[in-house]
Every structure is written in structure tokens, then in C-alpha cells.
Unconditional design. Structure first.
Length: 646
């Protein structure tokens, strides 16, 4: 929406007055004249929003004044009608580059046959126009390299909400005024936006090509189940379905890497719609008006995880910057890249693929974990307030951390079970912080901690993709996937897989296979799972240790396999967890400990014999944090049943 549109000689976009919005009804059809790129917009000054610098400072102050480009000679802008099929706009861009090349030859006094190649910069929907032009219309002959800012070629879930509900977007809780203007004021002024939005092919063409809409039964294929389009006349509905079919063609093309070396730039500054969840209604269909949105990390429009490591095979680079969608071009990181990048990228022919992160890169990664909380992508509702990041708690007792690390061995994962809010994620982050801190110390044990949010698992990707994006999102740098693979193969790593229950719920068939394959592929890796106790059913028989973090210990215990090996029982309380037997529920803890011992004896064919007096003493010692006594009693119990305490 960053190109001017005119109805005859009357500029109707950007709109300056409330009255101009009525003219936007013409956007549904007919031909509008395209003006310039919107450099400075005056969005409805009568309600006090004032002037907005969209692209003026980027073009005038940065590209022209700072870098010395001359508009019309070696700098060109390409405005286009953003209502139309991006394929049409891409064809126009291809033709425009012929004219641009002629202007360059004239300005530089080149011969008619001399080759002119461009560095193409696209933002948002413009990135989709760039991709189609280069990949499908022969634009690769004119383009040496692209930089795509907030690329939508992987789609955005909010496009679906525009089509389904007629609202222009949902910016979350952080921008209530914007939500009110977009969701209430504009639709009322325009008399409803749904029919206007559904006439715009680009909105269909920015639908994600991967699962993102879910009902109680799992994924909803919006290309097959079109009940979300609602009631309409046959002609209008057929038009919408044709747009949807055309979008699938664009999605298929965008599933391939770009045809020229490209830099993708993703923002990390705002919560971003990631998936949509709906409930069925009587008579069939779903309640789209009250859909629930799950949020992830991104720039408010584009998810940071839209980046894929496979792109790197085609010479794609990925950069993350801490800002929102409309401000990507204003960041120092983007401007520095544009200043320093040459037209021809470094050759990948000599790439050999290192076996892991270098010592310098490892230290930088660990430092990012210790100093900040951006590496944590957890997001959940807490008492009505959205928590985007849950920072690690360095104050957690180090003996807890050591116990967890000792319990986790390669090929023998630890599983943390507990009810929602029991502190599983907080425990993971705390252990991660301590592990990173230890790795920075001169004589500390080096384990590379990696946090994976399994809510981001989409059912069609392997977990190496999540590892790659998680490490890159720390801001360290973008690595080739082979580097990450080499890291897990050769460097001691401790991987935390959080919210296993969500992956099991959303993708019951593929998630177990993907996780087991991940564990088998990297046998040197250590792994810790966290799941709500009522979602886990002993899916990973190779797990040797369980950590229970909930007063609902009966549920957690029943979820474990009967033959689980060693068990760590922990209860969160007073900002500390107590390894061995918990202190918040003594009676239940005794039962759990008894269950553990009896199951150990039973699998050896012995009659269960439980010394409840000894167990009570163990509970008291744990409550008093008398660890010497805990160790002594544990040894006595172990000797009784003939088991090692290691």
C-alpha cells in the first residue's frame, strides 16, 4: 500500500480526508492510475495523525545523500497498483527494468549491448513482486542480487483473517488505538470491507503455503474447506474461488529458493500472528469471527521463522533486526548491509562446511543467552497479560542445575512433567542460563544450550530447521545449515524441547516421528523435554529420567512408563526446586517415591517392600534442604533394592 493511486486526477490513496475513504470503494474494480512511491503520507490529519515519513528519508537522505545515488540514473523506484495480481505487477517490473537499463546506459555513456544488472530492494508485498519477476518472468537476467525486507513470499496468517472477517489486521494488545481505527472506524466508513478485500488477489497470494489454521480435529485446509468465505452470490463466490486457486500457483512457486543471491531481512520487534484456531458451530462450519490467534516472534506481520535453512543452499543470507515491519528500512543493520554489500556475492564454490561453531562464535552465542532474553521465543497468556519472553532465573540453585545436567546423558533424554504454570519453562530457561554462564568461564564445562519451542513445529519440517532458526535469532549470525548439523554431531549440546504437549496435540502423527528421528540422527546430543502431564503418555521409551513439577503428581506418575529407570521428583516452591522428594506435598511425594520403588522392584520380579518411615525421613530432609541426609537416605534405599544411585 506504499504506492499512490489516482482516480482520474484525484489522489485517493493515501487518503487525506475522511471523504476520500468513500472513493476507496472504487478499489474493488476499474482502472486506477499509479503515481509515485508514497514518500511522505498525510493519513487523515483531521483526526490528528499528522504526517508520516514512509520512504522519503530512506531514498533522499540515505540512498541519495549518504550513498551518492542519483535518481533516474542509477536509482529507480517502481510504484505499482497493489490491488492487482502480483504476477501482473512482476511483468510490469520486468518491462520497467528494460527502461531503467536504457537510462543507465545513457547516463554512463555505455554501448547499447552492454549488460546492466540491478540490485533489487523489495519490501513486504514488493518482495513477492520481486520474487515472481526474477524467478518466473526472466528478471534474473537483469538482477545481480536482491534484498527483501519483511518478505511475504512464505505467506502471513493475517491475510486469512482479512479475507475471513473483513478486518485489515490485528496488531495485538500493544496497539489498541490502531486496532480501533482499522477494525472499527475504517469498516464503518467504508460500509464493510470484506467484499473489497476479497476482490484483491494479492491478499490471497500472501496466504501461507503451510498449515496455519486449526480446528478441534487438527489442520483445516482452507483451499479445500472454503466455508470461511461465507454466503455470497454464485458469480462473486466463483470469483473468490478463482483468486484462491491462483494463490496456490504463487505458493507453489514461492516454495523454491530465489533464482539469484538474496538477503532476507526479518524483524523481531513485535508479536506476530502465527496460527489461527477456530471452534465449530451448529449446522456446520466454524466460528471465524471469534477465532483465536497464537502469536510468535516477528515484525508484527512477518514471522521470523518464515526463514528456512534450505534457502542458504541457493546463496540466500538471512538477517534479523529488532524492529517492526514498517521500520525495517530505517535500521542501521539494513543500511550498513546496503552500504557494504557488493553486487556479486561471495562464491560458495569453496565452501567446505565447518564441523561446528568456532570458539569465537560459540562465545558470542553463549554471551547472547546470558545477557539477554531475546533468545526465548516462548509466548503465553498469563492472567490476561501476554508474556512474550520469559527471562532465565539465574538465582535458581546451582545444585538443581547440576542434578538436571547429570541426569541427562546422550541418548537418554530427561522428561519434565507438570501441570500448566508449574514452572517447566522457567526451569528450562534457568538451566540454560547456568549452562551458558558455565561455558563462558575459563574452567567451566562447555555445553552448547539450545532452546526449542515446539509450538513452532508445523508438522512438515524437521527439528534441525528449528535449531537453525533459534541459533540465528540470537543475533549471533546466520550460519549455513551444515554448520548447525556439525555442531550437533561434534560439539556437546544440550537441547531443551519445550511445550511438547502442543506438538503432540497439533501434529500427533508427525511430531513423534520427527523428534525420534532427531534424537537418532544426533546421538551425541543431550535432550530435555517439557510437557504437561496429561498430554504425555511415555512416547519416548529411551527416556531414563523424569522430573515432576506439579502438585498433580498422580497424573504425572501415571503418564510415565512403568519401567522408567531413575526418577527425579521436584516441586517448585519459594523460588527453588528441590531435587529428590518435593517439599510442597509430602504425602503425595511419599506415594510417588513408593510407586517409583515398587515399580523398580516389580520389573525385577521382586515383591514390593516399602519402608514408609524411611521415606518420611527423606521427605523431611528434602524439606529442610539437608542434602547430606538426603544423600545418605537415598543410598540406604538404593542398597535395599540393589540399585545404583548414579
Amino acid at each position: 500500500m506504499a504506492s499512490e493511486l489516482y482516480l482520474n486526477d484525484d489522489q485517493i490513496w493515501p487518503a487525506d480526508e475522511f471523504g476520500d475513504f468513500a472513493k476507496l470503494r472504487h478499489l474493488k474494480g476499474g482502472t486506477l492510475k499509479v503515481g509515485d512511491i508514497v514518500r511522505v503520507a498525510r493519513p487523515i490529519p483531521k483526526i490528528g495523525l499528522g504526517r508520516m515519513d514512509l520512504w522519503d528519508s530512506f531514498i533522499e537522505n540515505f540512498l541519495i545523500k549518504d550513498l551518492g545515488y542519483v535518481e533516474g540514473e542509477d536509482l529507480f523506484v517502481f510504484p505499482y497498483d497493489w490491488r492487482h495480481d502480483i504476477r501482473q505487477s512482476a511483468q510490469r517490473l520486468h518491462g520497467a527494468m528494460e527502461d531503467f537499463a536504457a537510462a543507465v546506459r545513457k547516463a554512463r555513456k555505455l554501448k547499447p549491448g552492454d549488460v546492466v544488472r540491478f540490485y533489487l530492494i523489495g519490501h513486504s508485498l514488493g518482495s513477492l513482486v520481486c520474487r515472481w519477476c526474477v524467478d518466473q518472468e526472466g528478471g534474473r537476467d537483469h538482477v545481480a542480487r536482491m534484498m527483501l525486507l519483511g518478505p511475504v513470499d512464505r505467506g502471513i496468517p493475517s491475510s486469512f483473517m482479512m479475507l475471513a472477517t473483513g478486518n485489515l489486521g490485528d496488531f495485538g494488545e500493544s496497539r489498541p488505538v490502531m486496532n480501533f481505527v482499522i477494525d472499527t472506524v475504517l469498516p464503518r466508513l467504508l460500509g464493510g470491507l470484506a467484499d473489497v478485500l476479497r476482490s484483491m488477489k494479492p491478499i490471497y497470494q500472501t496466504l501461507p503455503g503451510t498449515p496455519f489454521v486449526f480446528g478441534p480435529g487438527g489442520q483445516i485446509d482452507i483451499f479445500q474447506d472454503t466455508s470461511w468465505l461465507g454466503d455470497a452470490g454464485d458469480t462473486e463466490r466463483q470469483e473468490w474461488l478463482a483468486h484462491l486457486q491462483g494463490a496456490s500457483i504463487v505458493q507453489e512457486a514461492m516454495s523454491q529458493p530465489p533464482a539469484v543471491p538474496t538477503t532476507y531481512v526479518y524483524g523481531l520487534g513485535e508479536q506476530t500472528p502465527e496460527s489461527i484456531h477456530v471452534k465449530p458451530v451448529e449446522g456446520g462450519g466454524y466460528d471465524w469471527a471469534n477465532a483465536r490467534i497464537d502469536w510468535g516472534r516477528g515484525d508484527g506481520v512477518i514471522l521470523s521463522r518464515s526463514a528456512w535453512p534450505g534457502d542458504l543452499e541457493a546463496g540466500v543470507e538471512v538477517a534479523w533486526v529488532d524492529t517492526g515491519h514498517s521500520s525495517l528500512h530505517r535500521t542501521d543493520e539494513v543500511r550498513e548491509r546496503l552500504k557494504n554489500e557488493t553486487l556479486l556475492p561471495p562464491s560458495l564454490d569453496t565452501y567446505e562446511g565447518p564441523s561446528g561453531l568456532s570458539p569465537e562464535e560459540t562465545r558470542e552465542y553463549l554471551q547472547a543467552i546470558v545477557e539477554g532474553d531475546r533468545y526465548i521465543s516462548a509466548s503465553e497468556e498469563t492472567k490476561g497479560h501476554r508474556v512474550i519472553a520469559l527471562p532465565a532465573d539465574p538465582s535458581r540453585p546451582t545444585e538443581d542445575v547440576r542434578a538436571v545436567i547429570r541426569a541427562v546423558q546422550p541418548g537418554q533424554p530427561l522428561v519434565i512433567l507438570g501441570r500448566k504454570g508449574a514452572g517447566k519453562s522457567e526451569a528450562l530457561h534457568s538451566v540454560m542460563w547456568h549452562v551458558a554462564q558455565a561455558g563462558l568461564e575459563p574452567d567451566g564445562e562447555l555445553l552448547v544450550p539450545i532452546y526449542l519451542d515446539l509450538r513452532r513445529y508445523r508438522g512438515d519440517d524437521d527439528l534441525l530447521t528449528l535449531v537453525w532458526s533459534t541459533i540465528a535469532e540470537t543475533g549471533t549470525k546466520t550460519f549455513h545449515p551444515d554448520v548447525i548439523r556439525g555442531l550437533l554431531e561434534h560439539v556437546p549440546s544440550l537441547v531443551f524441547l519445550d511445550d511438547l504437549g502442543q506438538a503432540l496435540h497439533r501434529h500427533p502423527e508427525t511430531s513423534i516421528t520427527a523428534i525420534n528421528t532427531f534424537l537418532e540422527t544426533f546421538p551425541r546430543m543431550r535432550a530435555v523435554f517439557a510437557a504437561e502431564s496429561d498430554s504425555y503418555e511415555g512416547q519416548f521409551p529411551q527416556a531414563r529420567h523424569y522430573m515432576l513439577m506439579s502438585v498433580e503428581l498422580e497424573k504425572a506418575t501415571s503418564a510415565m512408563p512403568r519401567q522408567v529407570g531413575d526418577v527425579i521428583v521436584a516441586i517448585i516452591g519459594d523460588n527453588a526446586s528441590n531435587i529428590a522428594i518435593g517439599r510442597d506435598s509430602s504425602a503425595t511425594s511419599v506415594d510417588v517415591a513408593a510407586e517409583t520403588i515398587t515399580s523398580t522392584q516389580s520389573r525385577r520380579g521382586e515383591e514390593p517392600e516399602v519402608d514408609y518411615k524411611l521415606l518420611s525421613e527423606l521427605v523431611g530432609a528434602a524439606r529442610d534442604q539437608d542434602w547430606d541426609k538426603v544423600e545418605s537416605i537415598t543410598q540406604e534405599v538404593a542398597d535395599t533394592i540393589g540399585e545404583s544411585t548414579s
